[in-house]
Design a protein around this ligand. Sequence first.
Ligand code: ZN
Length: 356
Amino acid sequence: MTQPTDNAAKGPSSHREAALSSYLQPEGEHAAPGELAPLTCRFAPSPTGRMHAGNIFASLASWLLARKTGGKVVLRIEDLDRDRSKDCFIDQVARDYEALGLDWDEGPYFQRNRDAAYQEAFAKLEDTGLVYPCFCTRADLHAASAPHAGQSSVYAGTCRNLTADERAAKAAEAERAGRLGPSYRLAVPPSGNAEGAFATDDVFQGPCRFDLGSDSGDFVVRRSDLAFAYQLAVVVDDAKHGVTCVVRGIDLVESVPRQMYLQRLLGFSHPLYAHVPLLVAEDGRRLAKRNRDAGFDALLEEHKTPEGVLGYIAGVTGLKDDFEPASAQELLEGFDVARCRARWQGKISITWPSAR
Ligand SMILES: [Zn+2]
């Protein structure tokens, strides 16, 4: 069995680490979280493959937080991307989850059935006057923005103030070129504006601060193929399902201000956020299907039982101090939010030790 190496902040991930760590507030370091009320967390897999160490870790953290606080777990299948979602993986992912001794209380819910709800939310956003059509092609977007390395690009606002005539001309031009219709963007407050400033007390990361104008700029809520954007869908679903704590990998921390802005405009309350460090391969890239030794089958083969897999992941991530097999229930008994916060706060990645 291989032992984990120390957190390696090098390679292709270092720009990304710098970008992500800019949201975290070092002055909050190691402050203990307050007492947590019962939390409704979600297990929200995209049915595009089997589970691997990275999403097992995030799912485990979510389950532990729900169970420790006496809350519940909602299962939601995030099959918004119908081309990539495969029915065979819906059952498979649920089976993997159950095999690990994790369970859910509500669902499964499917995003594919929710277009009417997303449409209603989109109409509500249009009523605010903040939604506008964006005719930019991929090439236009690339030319107009100057993204920092590793950070998602900020939209330059090119289409925000087009006149009705200009919009009509752009639409005609797109049609002549055989392109899809426009996407729809939501205007955000300018950089530095108090309306676009958001703060969270992240369960694992402590205080985080965001500025929507400089972090994201105007963002897409409906795509040019008319599909609703992921950010809009999850905000509507979290409200519908009563999710009060969103647990996920820290690579998604940058979507917090967009989601909080949508929650405000749609009249939803803000959930708590709990971001766990990313598991990355030794080359610094996040674990994915290409890291075969981190896939569910390979983990089970190496560690023999689901308890072996959970115990090893718990050891690598600091959920416990050894690598011995442990059931989900045993991990729950030893789960301490304050200790996780002390270990994970400000930590962007944990290197997954590859089998040799
Ligand atoms: Zn545009």
